[in-house]
Design a protein around this ligand. Sequence first.
Ligand code: ADP
Ligand code: ADP
Length: 217
Amino acid sequence: NDVLEFNEVWKTYRMGSEDIQALRGVSLTVNSSSFIAIMGPSGSGKSTLLHLAGILDTPTKGTVLLNGKNIKEYSQDEQANLRRANIGFVFQRFNLMPQLTALENVMLPMISQDSGKAKKLLDKVGLSDKYNRYHTQLSGGEQQRVSIARALANDPSLLLADEPTGELDTENAMIIMELLQELNQNDGLTIVGVTHNPLSAKYADEVITMQDGNIIS
Ligand code: ADP
Ligand code: ADP
């Protein structure tokens, strides 16, 4: 049961008269309930891969399948709906809306607004006493926990995390990785995350290394 499949995916960015090959024929299968960490040097194509996985962009060549569907065959609107219904995003810098409380941030992306469910998600990430805090009243680790709860708002089949521990100290980084591991092991959530931190990567059950637009191991 594959959540995500890349078949010989190429991504070329045009920069003036120059072509930049960000991905050079990447093939990858992400099985349901797996937890994959992507590592590799800056510029090796990690973010590009994550963007394509998140249907934020389409490949120049090759195919990306989400839950068996070739995303190229969908219109922009349909792609946006697929993204909203199936994918949760977690970012390095948390990206919470500053004028909203933790609870309101979790409700924001919900297809059907449900404060009871938002509260349950905040309980799940250990913030049952902080529903009404604003981001300035939360630590970095707590903000990232809100953002994980927000990412779960529509019961995604895939959670994509772009350096989720990049802005956190080691203690908070490990708390966040333990939370992701728990969601993976207890709820069967499929997770693909980019990280530079080998300690964070240890929580994944598979580590993929990229170099020059290829998966090298
Ligand atoms: P990583 O996430 O591993 O640092 P990226 O996927 O961001 O790597 O980048 C891969 C290559 O593609 C790099 O050479 C980068 O400069 C280039 N690149 C990424 N995004 C763009 C873009 N929007 N326009 C042009 N070049 C880009
Ligand atoms: P970082 O904190 O790692 O710099 P960014 O805010 O740059 O994270 O976001 C990474 C990428 O994710 C951006 O290039 C953007 O296109 C995309 N992105 C940001 N916010 C959203 C969102 N709410 N929904 C979908 N994609 C987003």
